[in-house]
Each structure stands twice: as structure tokens, then as C-alpha cells.
Design a protein around this ligand. Structure first.
Ligand code: BG6
Length: 293
């Protein structure tokens, strides 16, 4: 179902079973809402989000491609998050399973985009709501150029949380990370679980395929699973940075946490004709769950 969202922008509304749903803006192929039942929004979306080019929507799941962050010549986090995508008229075949709602979007660079990054490719993204209300994003990037190219990538997910002081992440302990707040210097995580008391902006390297975000107050745990994406970014801007962002409320940092399935440290290289596939799978479970189970 396609309808009009904020600022008359086109959005697709996916409806799954038992009131689960997701909303995807064609602008950025940006998931702005995910509910696993009628009542509860699971993604953070800023009350100050700007739904207008050239700014990416603040919250939800922006797609960072072909460059994560500001290491490189392109604008921060690349440009597909602030381009208009289309409904894919020749999508990949659906996986055999019932009770799934999905939409396929596609992005192909325009003449203007090719001036910024001179490679042609087809970027297909399928967004699926599973029978249990789980959300899955599957990206396929095909090199349609005559030359190889390399890129970095992230599904930048803004999870909605009760309060940043009530949340911890399991699955990243003992790993190495690059600290974006210290010019990507490399450190090793010493904590048993990651908790938050100041700005965090880190790229954890070669992480397990499963990461858990436990919200003590809400008594619920987000489970993030990923394929083809070795790294995981953890970001919270905290108070000072929050105040400096015009499309983000001063106190909103308390209610969001970005945990991102990513490929950053080792760029992905695609030869002509090659296709790369990467998947992120999000679910939410009651908190008696432990990430090791
Ligand atoms: C982080 C950067 O990855 O993303 C920060 O290290 C930046 O510097 C943040 O503020 C948000 O980026 P953007 O482009 O979505 O405002």
C-alpha cells in the first residue's frame, strides 16, 4: 500500500499479522516505523526530523552507502539515504514462505550521482515483515559498471528505548573497536556489557552475527542478527552533540540508541557483474531472554 507521508512524500505501509507494520519512505528507502503489534513503536524518530532533501530523515533506519561516516571523499554516510528510490519492477524472486509482507525498492545512480561517485550499480532493497512481526532488510548491490568499485555500508538503526541509562548491549564485549571520537583509534572493549554514560561513537569489529540490546525498564530485548556485515556501530550523541543537531531534540538522546549492522573496516569490493548481498534481521523478545540463548 503506497500513500502520502510527511510533506506529501510517498511511503509504503507494510502490514503483517497481529497488528505488526512497517513504514518505508521512498525518499532514502528509509524505514521510519516498525511495530510488532498495534501499540508499540520500536524505532526512534525525532520529533524534529526534516522530511525534505537534502537532509536524511533523523531516526528510523537510514542506509549508509557508498561511504559510512566521513572517511572518504563523499558526504557523510554517503548519498543514497537522501535520494528518491523507486518500486522495483524486476525484483528478486520471493523466498518461499507464507505470511510475509514485503516491498522491493531500487536505486540506480542518476547522471548527477555519477559525477559524485562515478560507478554504475543497481541497489535493490527488500523490506520484509515476518509472521512474528520481525523486520528484515535485505540489500543486493550489483556492479553494472565496467570497473570494480569498493564501498562501505551500514544499516543505521535508531532503536527506541525507555532511557539510555536503562539499556545495555550484549555481544560486543572483548571485541576490538575503532573510536570515532578519537580519530578511529583502535581499542579493545573491557566491559562485560556495554552501558552508557556519555557520548559513544564506535565501530566494533568482526562481531558475532547476533547482538542483543536489553532495555531493563521496558523489560524487552531487541535482537539484531546480520549476514554479510562483520562490523557493528554503536552511537549515542549525548547531551552536547544533541544540542548541536538542528533536527534532533535536546533530550531525545535519552530515548534512542543506534546499533548498526555494517561493513566498514574492510571495504567491500565488487568486480563488474558481481552482486553483494547483506541482511539485517530485527526482532524483539521479553527480557527474561539472555543473548547467549
Ligand atoms: C556518526 C558520526 O557516525 O553519525 C557523527 O560519527 C554524526 O559525527 C552522526 O554526528 C550522525 O550523522 P548524520 O550525518 O546522520 O547527522
Amino acid at each position: 500500500e503506497i500513500c502520502k507521508g510527511v510533506n506529501d512524500l510517498d511511503k509504503v505501509v507494510l502490514r503483517g499479522l497481529r497488528g505488526s507494520s512497517a513504514e518505508v519512505y521512498l525518499y532514502g528507502c528509509h524505514v521510519t516505523s516498525w511495530k510488532n503489534n498495534h501499540d508499540e513503536e520500536l524505532l526512534f524518530l525525532s520529533s524534529k526530523a526534516i522530511f525534505k532533501p537534502p537532509k536524511a530523515i533523523r531516526g528510523g533506519i537510514p542506509i549508509c552507502f557508498p561511504q559510512f561516516g566521513s572517511h572518504g571523499n563523499l558526504e557523510q554516510h554517503g548519498f543514497v539515504r537522501n535520494r528518491f528510490w523507486s518500486i522495483d519492477s524486476s525484483p528478486p524472486p520471493p523466498t518461499v514462505s507464507c505470511n510475509k509482507a514485503f516491498v522491493d525498492l531500487i536505486f540506480k545512480p542518476s547522471e548527477e550521482d555519477l559525477k559524485i561517485w562515478p560507478y554504475s550499480y543497481e541497489f535493490r532493497l527488500r523490506i520484509t515483515i515476518g509472521p512474528g512481526g520481525d523486520l528484515m532488510l535485505t540489500s543486493r548491490i550489483k556492479n553494472t559498471d565496467g570497473r570494480p568499485f569498493s564501498f562501505t555500508f551500514a544499516y543505521r538503526t535508531y532503536f527506541s528505548i525507555s532511557d539510555i541509562s536503562e539499556v545495555r548491549i550484549e555481544g560486543l564485549e572483548t571485541l576490538d573497536y575503532l573510536d570515532n571520537l578519537k580519530s578511529r583509534e583502535r581499542f579493545t572493549e573491557q566491559c562485560d556489557a556495554i552501558t552508557f554514560e556519555s557520548e559513544v561513537d564506535r565501530i566494533y569489529l568482526e562481531t558475532p552475527t547476533k547482538i542483543a540490546i536489553l532495555d531493563h525498564e521496558k523489560k524487552q530485548t531487541f535482537v539484531l542478527r546480520k549476514d554479510g556485515l562483520p562490523d557493528a556501530v554503536v552511537w549515542n550523541p549525548w547531551e552536547k552533540k544533541a544540542k548541536s543537531m538542528m533536527d534532533f531534540g535536546d533530550d531525545e538522546y535519552k530515548h534512542m540508541l543506534c546499533v548498526e549492522a555494517a561493513a566498514i573496516e574492510k571495504a567491500i569490493t565488487l568486480k563488474p557483474g558481481e552482486e553483494w548481498k547483506a541482511r539485517m534481521y530485527l526482532s524483539v523478545v521479553p527480557s527474561c531472554y539472555r543473548s547467549g540463548q
